[in-house]
Design a protein around this ligand. Structure first.
Ligand code: AMP
Length: 445
């Protein structure tokens, strides 16, 4: 099966050839014909499977075939996605696919100034790739109208729900016409996703690629038992030994990632850190430098765990295990993308035995433990540990949706608890913009 046989137009085929896509991935082969035929689609796919092109190509083709409105035009395709990084990545991909089409693809996310976004709406937008929080700001101000949306994509639906975006999605939906085509992508189809799908979709065709919670076979993942106090030295040893390879290192806290990047730098291993306390400009700059190969080592919190597409990344190291088992699958899925081979190493201290057990339970198999001479842990890693036995301090997954006094967080606040700074209230925005400019100035130097 090739792209032509899926019914794609010559303008898109040319762009795909330029981009180096020769054959469709399974999700593309399954989803594209349904989408071109106008069906709603419920897609079971994780990032890394070619999902963006699976929905992007047919939507762009349909959009290009519609008469273009005169003058100021409002979005006719809306893609909702949970994080800024994903909004940027999806926009970049869609722009590349739309290279020979006269369509405007615009990203929309918080943490940056409003004015360029207002200007973009004034110039006209065909495809809007938005994070829910900032989109709601614009809807409230009346600066964005969604009355012309004909095709809607809910990307990473399970994750958006996990981040508490459901009330925001429902609010946004009130602005979108009922008569539309809806595509919903999710790595899992738990009952909440099914409920969302039923609420927002009409007789969707279901397409599914890789099974849930699996690590793809081309990734070799294993763990080194080591005392917490010795993790840094072991990390340095691995990084020095594998000095030619690009490595994404995951840490637990924003502060810890900063410190680790500094310590690596001191050890002669230049590294950048990326986490939610950094300005959007700094995050994007670090990511771009890493993607282009200018930076070899990137130390990140789980802000970089999902969705980020880093071509040919050979190695992921978990300096700390994630607090939520699912994030293990997402973290190590940054390597081995698109059929390439990859490796993931986790440094596991005896305190993390419970977290390791949770991950193994999720995967349905044990992760190979390989002791590194000179780094033997002082205590055994107990395989019968309870999930949070002696675990390092931090929120339990179940507590993530609750505030101490029992009030649920707002979706935006919740999302930023995972991915970025707390949202600014109206009056604070200028300050945030000031910070943003500072970040940009710094990165310009
Ligand atoms: P995604 O799941 O959309 O993030 O895509 C994962 C990676 O696969 C990205 O680098 C895409 O550019 C790449 N990709 C998607 N579809 C294809 C294809 N048909 N052939 C080659 N690469 C692809």
């Amino acid at each position: 099966m090739n792209f032509e046989e899926l019914g794609l137009a010559p303008t898109l085929l040319r762009a795909l050839a330029d981009y180096g896509y020769a054959t469709p991935t399974p999700i593309q082969a399954q989803a594209i014909p349904h989408i071109l035929a106008g069906h709603d689609v419920l897609g079971g796919a994780q990032t890394g499977t070619g999902k963006t092109a699976a929905f992007g190509l047919p939507l762009l083709q349909k959009l290009a075939a519609m008469p273009k409105p005169e003058g100021l035009h409002r979005p006719r395709v809306l893609v909702l996605t949970p994080t800024r990084e994903l909004a940027v990545q999806i926009t970049d991909n869609l722009r590349a696919y739309a290279k020979y089409l006269r369509l405007n693809v615009t990203p929309l996310f918080g943490g940056v100034g409003m004015q360029p976004q207002l200007d973009a709406f004034r110039r006209g937008v065909d495809v809007l790739v938005a994070c829910p929080g900032r989109l709601i700001d614009h809807l409230d101000r009346g600066s964005c109208k969604l009355g012309d949306v004909q095709m809607l994509v809910l990307d990473e639906a399970d994750r958006m729900l996990d981040m508490g975006f459901l009330p925001s999605i429902k609010r946004i939906m009130k602005h979108v016409p009922q008569q539309r085509q809806t595509l919903l992508f999710s790595a899992t189809f738990e009952p909440r996703i099914k409920a969302l799908a039923l609420e927002f979709m009409r007789e969707p065709k279901q397409v599914q690629v890789a099974a849930q919670n699996t690590v793809i076979e081309t990734i070799r993942h294993h763990a080194h038992p080591v005392d917490g106090a010795k993790k840094r030295d072991l990390l340095i040893e691995i990084l020095a030994r594998r000095h030619t390879e690009q490595v994404l290192v995951f840490g637990k806290t924003k502060h810890g990632c900063n410190r680790l990047a500094e310590q690596l730098e001191t050890a002669g291993l230049p590294a950048l850190a990326i986490h939610g306390n950094k300005s959007q400009a700094a995050r994007q700059k670090a990511l771009n430098e890493f993607k282009s190969g200018k930076t070899r080592i990137l130390v990140a919190t789980d802000v970089a765990a999902r969705g980020l597409d880093i071509p040919d990344l050979p190695l992921v190291i978990n300096h700390d295990l994630p607090m939520v088992a699912e994030d293990y699958v997402h973290r190590i899925g940054r390597t081995g993308r698109n059929g390439a081979t990859g490796e993931a190493i986790s440094l596991v201290s005896p305190d993390e035995a419970g977290l390791l057990r949770q991950i193994q339970k999720l995967l349905g198999r044990e992760i190979a433990m390989e002791t590194v001479p000179g780094f033997e842990p002082s205590r055994a890693i107990r395989s019968d540990a309870k999930p949070f036995d002696n675990a390092p301090r931090g929120p339990r997954p179940a507590a993530r949706n609750r505030r101490p006094h029992g009030k649920p967080r707002s979706a935006e606040a919740h999302a930023h608890a995972h991915t970025g700074p707390k949202p600014a209230r109206e009056g604070q925005r200028d300050g945030q913009r000031g910070k943003q400019r500072q970040g940009e100035r710094r990165s310009a130097r």
